[in-house]
Write a new protein. Structure first.
Length: 391
């Protein structure tokens, strides 16, 4: 189910408390400081009560999970109960986000974790513009079609469901990768920056196509220090950059298990940078923090030689509030850690034949991914060293 309720219900009434603007929460009868997330939540409460016919008494917010499972930490943004004279049954858990937050896989996973613990049959996520509800039928999640009312949440047997089937990616016509239509589409989709020279477009779109095509899996990535690397396909998420911005989109991601048994997640995608330039972005998950480890400017670090593409990196690095680090210092550290990554004083990441389609199961793509992911991990390691030095 996908719909918008931000404009369906009236603006919540605003109150002042200790110099701060607040909403009166009808569900808990408390004043709550206004934030974008709180606006979404209060409008959702009003929408549920007015349109979905959920009694106010059946809604609660900021509910500790420990109320249902002793000793488990965390709070649920909003829950809906089934009411009876004798007891209340948990029906729905909703994760509320601000209107500018995309409903990425991470948002769904956060909500799913709560539901798995408290064993609710329905889970929802919303940013005000979209409100998506899934139902667990005992075997799998099914997406609810339309807007369920309260009686349907209490007795879901007659609810209409739709299959949550991932869309199959259709690759572009390889012979048209340098066409105006592909170029203009890539600009609109924030794959290519408007200042990127057209000669780079076939390579960028070939690589983007390869990343998006998860019908082909890469099973031969070799990274120093890791005993296994698993191609997990695509996910929709967001990674931040050093300037405070970020990149929302679809990434190819990989599960890495090191020699000590620890697990890491690395993601790679192709995006436009500030809508002007084009980058290859590699990011490493760090629990709840999603930051990019490498933003490789294609125009500065990719050389074209007839049908072949050479991917380099100049070692450029910025570390938080510390600022820019000398490239020579970065490259010297990389060379000490992995000789295969440095060639002629620069980081060398791969040579690709752009006269044919790139596929994830090819040797050259596997080598490219091995090097660029390893380089991203080493950059993160070096960032940590620099931060310790500056303390």
């Amino acid at each position: 189910m996908s719909m918008s309720f931000l404009d369906v219900v009236d603006e919540p009434r605003i109150f002042m408390r200790n110099g701060k603007q607040c909403y009166f929460d009808n569900a808990t009868k408390k004043l709550r400081i206004i934030t974008p997330e709180e606006t979404v939540r209060q409008k959702l409460i009003a929408y549920m009560n007015k349109v979905m016919k959920v009694p106010i008494e059946a809604i609660d917010v900021e509910v500790p999970i420990s109320r249902f499972v002793h000793g488990v930490k965390g709070r649920m943004d909003l829950i809906v109960f089934g009411l009876s004279n004798e007891h209340r049954t948990l029906l729905l858990v909703v994760e509320c986000k601000a209107p500018n937050v995309l409903l990425t896989d991470d948002v769904f996973q956060q909500a799913d974790k709560y539901v798995e613990v408290v064993n609710a049959p329905f889970v929802g996520v919303t940013n005000g513009y979209e409100f998506i509800i899934d139902h667990w039928n005992g075997k799998e999640y099914k997406r609810v079609e339309g807007v369920p009312n309260y009686s349907e949440l209490c007795d879901p047997i007659n609810l209409k469901m739709i299959d949550i089937t991932p869309m199959k990616y259709t690759r572009l016509d390889f012979s048209t990768l340098d066409s105006d239509d592909i170029y203009n589409m890539a600009i609109r989709e924030y794959i290519i920056g408007v200042l990127t020279p057209r000669m780079y477009v076939p390579f960028i779109m070939n690589l983007h196509d390869c990343i998006m095509d998860d019908s082909v899996i890469c099973d031969s990535i070799d990274i120093n220090g890791y005993e296994s690397v698993t191609d997990m396909g695509k996910r929709f998420t967001r990674f931040s950059n050093a300037s405070g911005g970020g990149y929302d989109g679809i990434y190819r991601y990989f599960l890495l298990k090191d020699l000590d048994g620890d697990t890491q997640i690395a993601s790679i995608g192709v995006f436009s940078y500030s809508e002007r330039h084009s980058i290859i972005l590699v990011a490493i998950d760090d629990y709840d923090t999603h930051n990019s480890a490498l933003q490789l400017n294609i125009e500065l670090n990719v050389t074209l030689n007839e049908n072949y593409v050479n991917v380099w990196h100049n070692g450029r690095m910025t570390v938080g509030n510390i600022g820019a680090i000398r490239s020579a210092e970065v490259i010297r550290f990389i060379a000490e850690k992995s000789e295969r990554l440095v060639k002629n004083g620069k980081v060398f990441l791969g040579r690709l034949d752009n006269s044919k389609r790139f596929y994830m199961d090819s040797i050259e793509i596997a080598e490219f991914l091995s090097k660029i992911i390893e380089y991203a991990f080493l950059r993160n390691e070096f960032r940590d060293i620099i931060k310790l030095r500056k303390r």
